[in-house]
Design a protein around this ligand. Structure first.
Ligand code: SF4
Length: 193
């Protein structure tokens, strides 16, 4: 079903107010300098956990967990994500997604199967390429943010504060950008390596 690079069995911080497991999807099209999940970036690398192992694990946790969050890497890179979300919902769990929004159409296909989305914003959209290393990434992220805003799905916009964002009033620009979506920007600290 999905290529999976890891599983966190229990967390209180990855889905607001819920006890969740986190499934780390393999592969990401972007290359942010501060990424602390480098081992998950290569989509050609085989997963380390099978979908069957995830399902077996969750069957034993039905009464202990509220939600399952798909993170990465970039979960929407994998076209089978909507089926995976549907399967998790059928088991009785809430579904969550962490995304940077590089695939707006695939995000759109997932929204009806999602209970909550945390979208990571990298910079003001015009400056995205400088963080992700990929031309046009800001346009795609903006489309995803618009889709999310209009979806009615509970969501959060977050950003990782790294030295790039500390220059030129960029955080304030992002804060205004998100307030334009009728939401608040959540700031997260970058892990220094
Ligand atoms: S989008 Fe996320 S997973 Fe992909 S390179 Fe950037 S920080 Fe890493």
């Amino acid at each position: 079903m999905l290529s999976i690079g890891g599983l966190t069995p229990f967390t209180t911080i990855d889905y607001p107010g819920k006890l969740a497991a986190v499934v780390f999807c393999q592969g990401c099209p972007w290359r942010c300098s501060y990424c602390h999940n480098q081992h998950l970036l290569d989509a050609g690398q085989s997963g380390t956990v099978t979908w069957q192992e995830i399902i077996r694990f969750l069957e034993q946790r039905r009464s202990l967990l509220d939600a399952v969050v798909f993170s990465g890497g970039e979960p929407t890179m994998q076209p089978t994500l909507p089926e995976a979300l549907q399967a998790i919902r059928r088991m009785g769990f809430l579904t969550g997604l962490h995304t940077g929004g590089p695939y707006p159409q695939r995000l759109a296909a997932c929204l009806s199967q999602l209970d909550w989305v945390g979208m990571d914003l990298k910079a003001p959209f015009k400056l995205y390429d400088q963080i992700t290393g990929v031309a046009g990434s800001g346009t795609l992220a903006e489309q995803s943010a618009e889709l999310l805003r209009a979806s009615g799905v509970s969501h959060q916009f977050r950003t990782t504060v790294d030295p790039f964002l500390l220059a030129d009033n960029r955080i304030e620009k992002m804060r205004l950008m998100v307030e334009g979506f009728g939401a608040k920007l959540l700031l997260q600290q970058a892990l220094l390596r």
